[in-house]
Design a protein. Sequence first.
Length: 247
Amino acid sequence: MKFNGKTALVTGAASGIGLATARAFAEAGATVILTDINADAGEAAAASLAETGDVRFMELDVTSRESAGELADRVEREFGRLDVLVNAAGWDIIQPFMENTPEYWEKIIAINFRGPVQVTRALLPLLMLSGSGRIVNVSSDAGRVGSFGETVYAGAKGGIIAFTKSLAREVVRKQVRVNCICPGPTDTPLFALQPEKMQEALANAIPMKRVAKASEIADAILFFASDRSSFITGQVLSVSGGLTMNG
């Protein structure tokens, strides 16, 4: 898959799935706008990919409409349009629902649901200008089947699945395709924070008996962003080693 001449913006790209996706786009020839709320980590991530391709860091707080608007203005000034948007920013802590606080709910919903909605709204006009815009939302298998200790997170990710399908219907005649990736347990810095026994249990629950590499999620994202999926929109793909099997 080649993305020469294309500009791709990835949120939450300082680490994990977002960073792996930024790297994959750079290797495929795209100009990559790597965004993250952590400016130091984002700058370091962009610098680490400097020899891979044209990667530029722009600071973004997905929970802030003002930040999303400022990003859109900057992208328009510097590029004039946008070809690909990947909403990869996310956050979670596994915790029983009855132990959650309202502040926890707010953070989960702000990052995992409102964030992609706000960023998409700000950047959609630029995607329409490209004539072949592609949006790939990163949800979670938790949003498809539920997950113990991730009740509100699963609700937010389920919302992203519905958002993907509804937006796909609205913008298809503007030549913008919208699809969704649902990773299962994936080897990321956030996963590494989980207790070792939980990591082992999650890996054993997967038919392939291991968690995903971030690069394997990135490969699926690039498929939805490429011309190889030119007749696909409004679809949801689980990348989970068979943990979930949806017909």
